[in-house]
Design a protein around this ligand. Structure first.
Ligand SMILES: [Zn+2]
Ligand SMILES: [Zn+2]
Ligand SMILES: [Zn+2]
Length: 141
């Protein structure tokens, strides 16, 4: 696992308190975070700062945006993306009970052949269901 400093240095990003704190949140979280999650975890930063930090991280290939049907985008760390070049087509899972979204880094979206004339720029697959933590809960009740 890379450290906050290594990640920022690899993108030649200046170390600011906001960038370090936001990255720490991602590194210590098992699931994807929305801007709202970050606002709650880091009340000392204003929304604009957090928004800009997320935008920078997304552009630099540090985090990727996960589409969500609720309209609230969530973000998760990238494993091997380059600045301005995200290359992962992995599956995302959203638990309908705890509402946590996770990356399945080793589970890929199947190749889809589009009709002629169409070019895919982004492919995403969001699976919704119940995560192991939540299904354990219901069993013990
Ligand atoms: Zn990425
Ligand atoms: Zn769950
Ligand atoms: Zn992901």
């Amino acid at each position: 696992m890379k450290t906050v400093r290594q990640i920022l240095a690899s993108r030649r990003l200046r170390r600011t308190a906001a960038r370090e704190q936001v990255l720490l949140c991602f590194l210590s979280s098992d699931f994807a975070l929305s801007q709202h999650d970050l606002e709650e975890a880091l009340p000392s930063f204003d929304r604009v700062t957090l928004y800009r930090t997320l935008k920078t991280f997304t552009e630099e290939g540090i985090v990727h945006k996960i589409p969500d049907d609720s309209g609230i985008p969530r973000y998760a760390l990238c494993s091997s993306c380059e600045p301005h070049e995200h290359h992962h087509h992995h599956v995302h899972f959203k638990c309908t009970r705890c509402e946590h979204t996770e990356c399945f880094d080793r589970l890929y979206v199947p190749n889809i052949s589009l009709p002629e004339g169409y070019r895919a720029e982004e492919v995403s697959l969001l699976v919704q269901g119940v995560c192991p933590r939540c299904s354990d809960h219901s069993n013990s009740k």
